[in-house]
Design a binder for this molecule. Structure first.
Ligand SMILES: [Fe+2]
Ligand SMILES: [Fe+2]
Length: 258
């Protein structure tokens, strides 16, 4: 049996606009990869700047989003919708890591295919919570911060691993217990159960980021005062290349290069 190339299939998942079909394709990608039906044949990766997503939700500046208060039904649904939107973006981010960085060890692809499958399940669980109240994904506006970070780190897997799983997903681990307490406070125990599962599984995503980071990082020094800035020496791509990757607005860190 000739094995199919993983990367074009992952690209098809990334570009799929229909949310249910995207989730189905992710599950099939994971099945085929673990069944040994796919192989990573290095190819020049396409530079996808807009992933497949439905026409709605409308993407707006974060400052334009209304404050979410769980006291009302609209607030409860808005919060579930916001988390569903994060999970939907997380599918695209995980699949983007598979398509964008050819030539990585197969374990890197296993990790990010598994992460994509987890994110798709998380998204579907939250979509089901919305459906139980007669709402759908797209009913509320959302912002594009996660994908924006994907674009800003697309040139380098080290930057991607540093800033997406190791910072943004790790922050999710920190804030989720507080969100669970709020849902518990209004008696929405079904959503708490979904968030509990998500929290448990997201730990592995941060770990996948740590491993992906270690694959590339030769020497890493974190700036403890400003933990979202990182300086590193990329020993894989070019031993002498020293770069600093910082989110917009962050000031240069104090990290000492070794
Ligand atoms: Fe998730
Ligand atoms: Fe995740």
């Amino acid at each position: 049996m000739s094995r199919r190339n993983l990367h074009p299939l992952a690209l098809a998942v990334l570009l799929e606009r229909d949310v249910a079909r995207k989730c189905h394709l992710v599950a099939e990608l994971r099945r085929a990869w673990h069944a040994g039906e796919l192989v990573s044949e290095s190819a020049k990766a396409p530079d996808i700047t807009t992933p497949g997503r439905p026409a709605l939700p409308e993407l707006v500046n974060p400052r334009q989003l209304p404050r979410r208060r769980l006291g009302s039904e609209a607030g409860r649904l808005s919060m579930i919708h916001a988390i569903a939107h994060i999970e939907f973006n997380a599918i695209n981010l995980a699949v983007d890591a598979v398509t964008r960085y050819p030539g990585m060890p197969s374990g890197f692809y296993t990790d990010w295919i598994d992460v994509a499958a987890d994110e798709a399940r998380h998204f579907e669980l939250l979509r089901a919570r919305l459906a139980e109240a007669g709402a759908v994904y797209g009913d509320f506006p959302a912002h594009d911060g996660l994908w924006d970070m994907a674009l800003r780190t697309r040139h380098d897997p080290l930057a991607r691993m540093a800033l997406v799983p190791r910072v943004m997903e790790a922050r999710g681990l920190d804030v989720t217990p507080g969100i669970m307490r709020k849902f518990s406070g209004i008696g929405d125990h079904a959503t708490v159960a979904v968030l509990e599962l998500i929290l448990r599984e997201e730990v592995a995503h941060v770990e996948a980021g740590r491993v992906g980071f270690a694959i590339y990082a030769g020497s890493v020094v974190w700036n403890r005062k400003r933990p979202i800035s990182v300086c590193y020496v990329n020993t894989c791509a070019a031993k002498s290349a020293v770069r600093c990757i910082m989110p917009r607005g962050a000031r240069p860190g104090l990290a000492k290069m070794s």
